[in-house]
Write a protein that binds this ligand. Structure first.
Ligand code: GLC
Length: 721
């Protein structure tokens, strides 16, 4: 259907049909859905009629070709003009083949594999009838108390941006209309949802516009520059106004400044939440503020459906404001080819052959091996097949390794650690005991664990959080492992056996009680469907760990927020003329995190030398090459992530001590060395000045190159006009 026909379709629609096109409902309301309920039931208390459902524009949560085809078929029968539904769902890190959680994918620093994971997720979702995914989530995060850090790729704006682009490319491909097995992406949560006070989900976000633009907005912009079709508004306030009713954020910035003309959808219930936020007295005012702010689709509340017509009749809004939103939704349906084929790629036969294919699982395995981060290793890893292993912990044989936002996947499909390790050691060399539950322990469990550990050469602990202890509404004020697990570690450590700890978690943890009692720590995050196989291959050295942290691990929650790209302050700790006491420091812990951004160990060692710059000055229209030689000094091949950071030594406003500007992964054989080159341009030196102009300043810049954000070689140059 071309543009002209869309316009004539819009003109054929009654005002009620237009208004109802703006509501998104769960499958519960639709004939043909597996969970079809009564509109009068609890979910149905939204006060909507069958007519609203028949005219609705999109449904969320549908999946499975059979169910989607049924819902769409019924809907087309009930919809006067035969306007098809958009089928939307949360496909964040996999559909049925579940990949590591995005925070883990971030630690792979592997943009190609990230894109591949999104492409596979899109393919499995598309044959299951999904048209749009509510992903990528690109919220920058600095507070591990917040449960949804597991959904982000971390604390760096640049890195989050390149991952956002990769995910959008994977989901959408290069031509959403003509390419099969692709879904439209919806970047979320606009904006700065990752900065709630106290790390408490849905809490207030309040920051300067400069901080917002400098740190929190770049990744959304990167997703949109990559062609992302939709944006989802966040639950939180931005500068005192809830994002979902924030005209400055949506109309002025997103639409006018950035030129985004795609569909804007609220998060679940966020329009009606303008009332508890205290910026709307009732649903009618909530509808007024949201539509004036530019929101197109209202997810799972009915403020629009019940009030927009009245608001129009009262003259508070024009029909053209409604038309604007309806037309964007019709355009997205057109782009997805739904008017010609309302079922798009839904196909039961293809579902069977495509979903969870060996190739998909292999990609999940590869990404999991690259996402795990070796945090500590005191000559215990890699393990040897002849060693007798005691695998102990609540995650020893547990399928809860997929992480939140993996609804369509199944824990039964997950390769557990026990299953992974079985392929590494002879049966009689692998002893297993649960040792405790995730959050409780009893004497029998502890006794069994001690007994099994006593028979082993090495104890491998599988500890961590349940999926639901992170993710949405998964904030924790105490980010240590649960007491039960700390007790298990403490008791086992008294046996004086070597201990390797594998962590299953959705956030950086306070590792007190674990780090000092473990000879090695492998951070596995929620590694996904192939997690057990990936971890086993890493523990035995079939794969050399290469993951690097994209979010800092604090010493303790009292240190939060702690992140690498911080300012120097006027009293930096450790400065040459610094006083002992009166500097910015803690009396009880270091300022630096336990494990910094970019950190991760390998089974080999790499040396860095011969760092050079191609010149001492950089002109505005020129470029500069930074080079360094990296050598594999060990006897095992390995992947090294060479990172380049820049510091603007003197700015008009304070500037971070380091900002990631480039990185390169190099695979080196034992003894092999490689010269790695990075190109710098003036564009990478721009920042938001006091008046928010985005420009660079001439002057001195430091360049830091190294294996993480702390152990770096420093160079410097001058930007000249
Ligand atoms: C949730 C989440 C959002 C998700 C939406 C639909 O509340 O905040 O990320 O896409 O609802 O499930």
């Amino acid at each position: 259907m071309n543009e002209d026909k869309l316009i004539s379709l819009l003109h054929e629609m009654t005002i009620d049909e237009k208004i109802h096109q703006l509501i998104q409902l769960a499958t519960f309301f639709y004939e043909g859905a597996s969970d079809k309920g009564e509109i009068t039931g609890p979910l149905g208390d939204m006060g909507i009629s069958k007519e609203v459902v028949n005219n609705s524009g999109s449904v969320l949560g549908a999946s499975g070709a059979k169910e989607v085809i049924n819902i769409q078929k019924q809907h087309l029968k009930n919809n006067r003009l035969g306007i098809p539904l958009l089928i939307m769902a949360d496909i964040v890190h996999g559909f049925k083949t579940i990949f590591p959680v995005p925070l883990a994918i971030g630690c792979s620093w592997d943009l190609e594999l990230a894109e591949k994971s999104a492409e596979i997720a899109a393919k499995e979702a598309a044959v299951s009838g999904v048209h749009v995914t509510f992903a990528p989530m690109v919220d920058l995060v600095r507070d591990p108390r917040w449960g949804r850090v597991m959904e982000s790729t971390g604390e760096d704006p640049y890195l989050n941006g390149v991952f956002a682009e990769a995910f959008v490319r994977g989901f959408q491909g290069s031509n959403l209309t003509n390419e099969k097995y692709r879904v439209a992406a919806c970047v979320k949560h606009f904006a700065a949802y990752g900065a709630p006070e106290g790390g408490r989900d849905y809490n207030t976000v309040d920051m300067s516009e400069r901080q917002l633009r400098e740190s929190y907005l770049p990744a959304y912009k990167a997703a949109l520059d990559a062609g992302c079709e939709m944006v989802m508004t966040a639950f939180n306030t931005v500068d005192g106004i809830p994002a979902t009713g924030n005209k400055k954020l949506m109309r002025d910035l997103l639409r006018d400044e950035w030129g985004f003309d795609g569909v804007l959808i609220s998060d679940w219930g966020a329009v009606k939440e303008l009332i508890p936020h205290g910026v709307a007295k009732d649903e009618q005012e909530a509808a007024l503020k949201a539509i004036r702010a530019g929101l197109d689709i209202e997810m799972m509340t009915a403020c629009y459906a019940k009030n927009l017509r009245t608001l129009m009749e009262k003259g508070e809004i024009s029909e053209s404001l409604i038309d604007e939103s309806v037309f964007r939704i019709l355009q997205l349906k057109q782009k997805l080819g739904l008017f010609e084929n309302p079922y798009r790629d839904a196909n039961e036969a293809e579902e069977k052959e495509i979903i969870m294919s060996e190739a998909h699982r292999e990609t999940a395995y590869s990404l999991a091996t690259k996402s795990c981060v070796l945090l500590k290793n005191e000559n215990i890893l890699p393990l040897q097949p002849q060693q007798k292993i005691a695998l102990i912990g609540p995650f020893a044989d547990n399928g809860d390794i997929l992480g939140q936002w993996s609804w369509h996947g199944s824990r039964d499909d997950a390769v557990t650690f026990q299953e992974g390790l079985k392929s590494k050691v002879a049966d009689n060399n692998l002893l297993v005991a649960q040792g405790c539950e995730v959050e409780s322990i009893n004497a029998a469990q502890l006794d069994e664990a001690l007994s099994v550990a006593n028979q082993a050469d090495v104890i491998v602990l599988a500890l961590g959080e349940r999926s639901e202890m992170s993710g949405e509404a998964g904030s924790r004020a105490d980010i240590r492992l649960p007491e039960a697990q700390l007790k298990l570690v403490d008791q086992l450590s008294k046996l004086n056996k070597r201990i390797v700890t594998v962590l299953i978690n959705g956030r950086p943890l306070d590792l007190h009680g674990v780090v000092e009692k473990s000879d090695a720590i492998l951070e596995a995050w929620f590694p996904g469907t192939e997690g057990g196989r990936a971890v086993a291959d890493l523990l035995y050295g079939d794969v050399n760990p290469s993951g690097r942290l994209t979010m800092s691990f604090p010493h303790t929650v009292g240190q939060v927020p702690v992140y690498y790209n911080h300012f120097n302050t006027g009293r930096p700790q450790g400065a040459e003329d610094a006083q002992i006491r009166y500097v910015s420091q803690y009396l009880d812990i270091p300022n630096e995190p336990l494990y910094p951004f970019g950190f991760g160990l390998s089974y080999t060692t790499f040396s860095y030398h011969n760092a050079t710059l191609s010149a001492n000055t950089l002109s505005r229209d020129g470029d500069l090459t930074a080079s360094i030689t990296v050598k594999n000094e060990g006897d095992m091949a390995g992947e090294e992530l060479v990172q380049l950071y820049v510091r603007d030594v003197v700015g008009e406003v304070v500037r971070p001590l380091k900002e990631l500007k480039a990185f390169e992964k190099v695979t080196l054989q034992p003894g092999e060395e490689r010269v790695v080159h990075f190109t710098l341009t003036e564009d990478q030196l721009k920042y938001y000045h006091a008046d928010l102009t985005y420009i660079s300043d001439p002057g001195e810049f430091s360049v830091y190159i190294g294996p993480n954000s702390q152990d770096v070689t420093e160079l410097s140059f001058e930007l000249v006009d």
